[in-house]
Structures are given as structure tokens and as C-alpha cells.
Design a protein around this ligand. Structure first.
Ligand SMILES: C=CC1=C(C)c2cc3[nH]c(cc4nc(cc5[nH]c(cc1n2)c(C)c5CCC(=O)O)C(CCC(=O)O)=C4C)c(C)c3C=C
Ligand SMILES: [Fe+2]
Ligand SMILES: [Fe+2]
Length: 333
């Protein structure tokens, strides 16, 4: 029997915390500056000694980039806020509806809602077992590992920690490849043209990270190969969003799109399989600027194909891969 003065203990629950990269609170320069300061100060993201990097970040990048990025965010912002946050919230809601006995929540690695804040809320609600699920199909230290680092840093401050598991990369899982195939085929069927090529654009990374042993590039290549096999046609692979002066993974998406028309590829469909939710990098950089680049290079038709988001195949895929990791903790079938 618990003594009368004992604090109430909630019934034990199992929780799932979906995590994505992060996003500013609003599409204005001050919010973007706050977000970029946190993001680009992460040593997992920019691996330059802080003594050298911080003066460049504070003295140059945070003085110029926020205004430009805020404009770009303004082009894709929705009534529900940043697309990345809004879609992640909908993915969590869809899983919560499928699994009423579990607690499903979501957080952002940078900005809000913060990982530590949501983990504490889940623990307070009785979650004694929590699956931390960074929604990156391809493992990367700059995304997967830093999301887990932030979760572990929050756990380090808890007296009574929940038990935790982390979601492994799922770049070659049949549920993921199958969902991409279904989504791409449905979107291709709705087009009024047949593309000469399908370009798969993944977020880029400094080439050095590959040389240091990060498997991200290999995971991206394998995803593209498997998706190509599933679709029955080879994909053109490219890496987008180069940042800074170092050499990044190649070929770059923008130069690839500019060069394709010259090789006779006049009609293109572009898919971004590494993003579990549409965001600035897909909606502005690919769907808007990518289109402009391709048409300026002599292309005739361009279609951007949406990410899995909270579509039926996307939600089914998340149920499958997350459900597997909950084995022994909860029944999710
Ligand atoms: C999906 C995987 C991602 C990897 C790998 C990644 C690495 C990486 N990114 C930057 C710099 C920036 N990324 C920005 C936005 C952004 N990046 C990802 C995903 C990956 N990044 C997403 C989903 C987003 C969109 C966020 C949103 O709000 O929609 C930005 C900010 C935008 C801008 O100012 O252009 C920067 C900067 C680096 C340096 C890096 C690896 C070292
Ligand atoms: Fe990025
Ligand atoms: Fe970008």
C-alpha cells in the first residue's frame, strides 16, 4: 500500500517520440536566426573547431542568411506553420489514432517542440518505455546521431529515467521501399506527361564525412538502387543543399537538373526519398528553384513528387517500421 503522502504514480505506458530536424517558429529573420544559431552550432553538423567556426557563424552567416532563408520559408509556410512541423505533427496523430494504448508525441532537434521538453512530458504522463524515432531513413551523424544525443542529454538530467530504444535507419527496409514505390507510381500516374528520367535528390553532406566513415552516402545509394529496382527503371541520383566551401557529395542536384536537357532529358520527375516530410529543402529548393533551373537549362516538363508525409503508404510504412521496434513492449499489429 502506498503511504498517504506518496506522490501519485501514473499507470505505466509505452511511448513513441517522432523526431525530425527542426524549423524556425515563424518565417521571419529573427526566428530563422535563432534556429540557425542552434542548428549550425551543433558540432555534429559543422565539424570545424569552434574557435574558428563561431566567429564565421556569428560574424558572417547569421548576419546574412536569416533574411534570405526567411524569405524562402515565407514561400512555403502554411496555416499550420512550418510544413516540416505540421507534417510531423500529423504523422504523430496518425500513429496515435492507430495505437490508442500508446503515447505518441513528436519533437524537433532544433527549435520547438524540443526533445527534452517532450521526453519529460511523456515521462510525466507515465511513459516508462520510450522509443526515440529520428525519422531519417538513411543514417547520418548530422541527423540521426544528434537527435539521439539530444534525447540522451535530456535523460541524463532525469532521476527516474524511462527505458529507451532508438529507431535504426530504415533505408533498405522493404516497407519503406514499397511505400516509396507506391507513392511514386501513384504520383506519376496522375501526371499529364511521361518523364524521360526520375531524379532522386538526397540532402548533401560534406565529402569528408564519407571518408571518415559515415554510412549516409552508401545508405542513399542503396535506397536509390532498391527504389529503381522496384520501379523497374534506374534513377538519376543527386545531392542537394550544398552549404559552405568544403567539397560535398556529388553530383549536385542543381547542376544535374541544369545539365539533363542538354543530354536529351526534357521531361523530369523529381523525388526526395531521404526526407520523411516535405520541408523547405523540398518545397522551395526542389519544387520551386529546381524547376526554374531545369526549365532555364532547356527542360520542358518538370514534376516534383511529394514525400511520404502522412499519406496512406507513408503512415502504413511508419506503423510497420516503428511497430517492429516496439516488439516485446507493445502489441501494434
Ligand atoms: C535529411 C537529411 C539532412 C541532412 C543529412 C542534413 C545535413 C545538413 N544540413 C545543413 C544545413 C542546413 N540544412 C537546412 C535545412 C534542412 N536540412 C534538412 C535535412 C538534412 N540536413 C531538413 C529537413 C531541412 C529543412 C528544415 C525546415 O525547416 O524545413 C538549413 C536551413 C535552411 C536554410 O537556411 O537554407 C541549413 C543551413 C548542413 C550544414 C548539413 C550537414 C553538415
Ligand atoms: Fe540540412
Ligand atoms: Fe537548402
Amino acid at each position: 500500500m502506498t503511504p498517504a503522502a506518496h506522490p501519485p504514480i501514473p499507470a505505466p505506458r509505452v511511448g513513441v517520440l517522432l523526431v525530425n530536424l527542426g524549423t524556425p517558429d515563424a518565417p521571419d529573420a529573427a526566428s530563422v536566426r535563432r534556429y540557425l544559431a542552434e542548428f549550425l552550432s551543433d558540432r555534429r553538423v559543422v565539424e570545424i573547431p569552434q574557435l574558428i567556426w563561431q566567429p564565421i557563424l556569428r560574424g558572417v552567416i547569421l548576419r546574412t542568411r536569416p533574411k534570405k532563408s526567411a524569405h524562402a520559408y515565407g514561400l512555403v509556410w502554411t496555416n499550420e506553420g512550418s510544413p516540416l512541423a505540421a507534417i510531423t505533427a500529423r504523422q504523430a496523430a496518425a500513429l496515435q489514432a492507430a495505437w490508442p494504448d500508446l503515447t505518441v508525441d513528436w519533437a524537433m532537434r532544433y527549435g520547438n517542440p524540443a526533445i527534452g521538453e517532450r521526453l519529460q512530458a511523456m515521462k510525466d504522463a507515465g511513459c516508462e518505455r520510450i522509443l526515440i524515432a529520428p525519422l531519417y531513413p538513411q543514417y547520418c551523424a548530422a541527423t540521426t546521431a544528434t537527435a539521439n544525443d539530444a534525447a540522451f542529454a535530456a535523460l541524463a538530467k532525469m532521476r527516474w529515467q524511462p527505458a529507451v530504444r532508438t529507431l535504426p535507419p530504415y533505408h533498405d527496409e522493404s516497407a519503406y521501399i514499397g511505400a516509396l514505390k507506391e507513392s511514386v507510381e501513384a504520383q506519376l500516374a496522375a501526371l499529364d506527361f511521361a518523364p524521360d528520367a526520375i531524379v532522386a535528390s538526397f540532402h548533401g553532406m560534406p565529402l569528408r564525412t564519407l571518408e571518415l566513415g559515415d554510412p549516409y552516402h552508401c545508405h542513399c545509394r542503396k535506397t536509390a538502387r532498391l527504389l529503381g529496382e522496384a520501379l523497374g527503371r534506374e534513377l538519376v541520383v543527386a545531392f542537394q543543399s550544398r552549404f559552405g566551401r568544403a567539397k560535398w557529395l556529388e553530383p549536385a542536384t542543381d547542376t544535374t537538373l541544369a545539365a539533363l536537357p542538354g543530354k536529351g532529358v526534357k521531361r523530369v520527375a523529381l523525388v526526395a526519398p531521404g526526407f520523411s516530410a516535405d520541408c523547405l529543402e523540398t518545397l522551395e529548393e526542389l519544387a520551386i528553384r529546381g524547376r526554374e533551373t531545369f526549365l532555364a537549362g532547356g527542360g520542358e516538363r518538370f514534376a516534383y513528387l511529394s514525400c511520404l508525409n502522412d499519406s496512406a503508404p507513408g503512415t502504413e510504412m511508419l506503423r510497420n517500421i516503428i511497430g517492429s521496434e516496439l516488439a516485446g513492449w507493445a502489441r501494434t499489429a
